[in-house]
Design a protein around this ligand. Structure first.
Ligand SMILES: [Mg+2]
Length: 161
């Protein structure tokens, strides 16, 4: 339940072709440290074209544990459906799947954290993808969690791509 299906070196590797090759037709995307550096409100330049391509190919749903005010601001900027705070891993994923209108096996659940993004995605049966956090400068709590996560930051029985 804690191992992702795949580990990618960057979110930019998650392309429409990559999804198509795996039969994936939608994406549930984490926000903080996956798409945006923690606490920041604007998309890194490299990610703008990437997101525009992705949105053009498949439905993308933003699922975040961020506070609602910050999330609403970012959501307006990115023009994506989604909700927050989701209370991942226990809540949010089913609602996201329903909004996407796809079965879990056809949806990539993408994020930087094992105990929220990967566990939550695995619990509903989505295709879980772990990416490295955009910024390592984080709260002490997150760093502590990273330490617990370390053994699981690889696909089960597989290799890191
Ligand atoms: Mg995150």
């Amino acid at each position: 339940m804690l191992f992702p299906r795949e580990v990618l070196p960057s979110l930019l590797h998650l392309t429409p072709a990559w999804l198509k090759a795996r039969g994936l037709k939608g994406v549930i995307l984490d926000l903080d440290n996956t798409l945006l550096p923690y606490g920041e409100g604007d998309l890194p330049e490299a990610y703008r074209a990437w997101l525009s391509d992705l949105k053009g190919a498949v439905p993308v749903y933003l699922l975040s544990n961020a506070l609602p005010e910050r999330f609403a601001r970012v959501q307006r900027l990115l023009d994506l459906p989604g909700h927050a705070p989701a209370l991942k891993p226990w809540f949010g994923f089913r609602k996201a799947l329903k909004a996407l209108g796809l079965p879990a096996r056809e949806v990539a659940a993408v994020g930087d954290q094992v105990f929220t993004d990967v566990l939550g995605g695995n619990l509903v049966g989505a295709y879980t993808v772990l990416v490295p956090p955009l910024r390592e400068q984080e709260f002490f709590y997150t760093r502590f969690i990273r330490m617990l996560e370390a053994p699981f930051r690889r696909p089960r029985g597989g290799v890191t791509r």
